[in-house]
Write a protein that binds this ligand. Structure first.
Ligand SMILES: Cc1cc2nc3c(=O)[nH]c(=O)nc-3n(C[C@H](O)[C@H](O)[C@H](O)COP(=O)(O)OP(=O)(O)OC[C@H]3O[C@@H](n4cnc5c(N)ncnc54)[C@H](O)[C@@H]3O)c2cc1C
Length: 113
């Protein structure tokens, strides 16, 4: 469940057993997710696209476009915030484009910019 209210310190609560309703469990685990700015030593999970990051991204995109034989997909590869459904759809679209175009693939099927 998502919690978008300003006075609630966490952003959501997840109870994983509901992801697999066909299973039965004696107990359960719930966790609360607290959002904060990534600090040194953290894994930075979310792409940030402010002015500085976008300018760096453009340099990476130029480099990728100039590199033949590599296609970038997914959240890490395109530096976009993607949910699972979009990630999977774009992966399938990329494979379809690969099949259709006989392997002559651009660096990005979905432009990151
Ligand atoms: C905290 C959090 C909560 C989320 N909640 C939701 C949600 O509720 N619903 C939803 O739909 N989506 C959610 N997402 C998004 C979802 O996780 C992503 O959309 C999905 O995982 C993206 O898949 P991906 O394959 O593009 O990237 P990833 O799953 O990040 O896969 C990238 C892989 O590349 C590997 N890797 C990294 N660097 C290298 C390297 N140099 N060499 C080799 N391998 C490398 C990584 O270890 C990783 O396994 C959430 C994401 C986060 C971080």
């Amino acid at each position: 469940m998502n919690y978008g209210d300003r006075d609630v310190p966490f952003t959501r609560i997840t109870e994983h057993k509901h992801f697999s309703p066909w299973e039965s469990h004696q107990g359960s685990v719930c966790y609360r997710e607290f959002s904060r700015q990534a600090e040194p030593g953290d894994t930075p999970y979310y792409p940030i696209r402010l002015v500085e990051e976008k300018s760096l991204l453009e340099q990476y995109v130029d480099l990728a476009n100039a590199t033949p034989g590599v296609t970038f997909v997914g959240r890490l590869g395109t530096y976009r915030y993607l949910d699972m459904d979009v990630t999977i759809r774009e992966a399938l679209e990329t494979v379809a484009a690969f099949d259709r175009d006989g392997g002559a693939m651009p660096a990005f099927v979905k432009s990151p910019i």
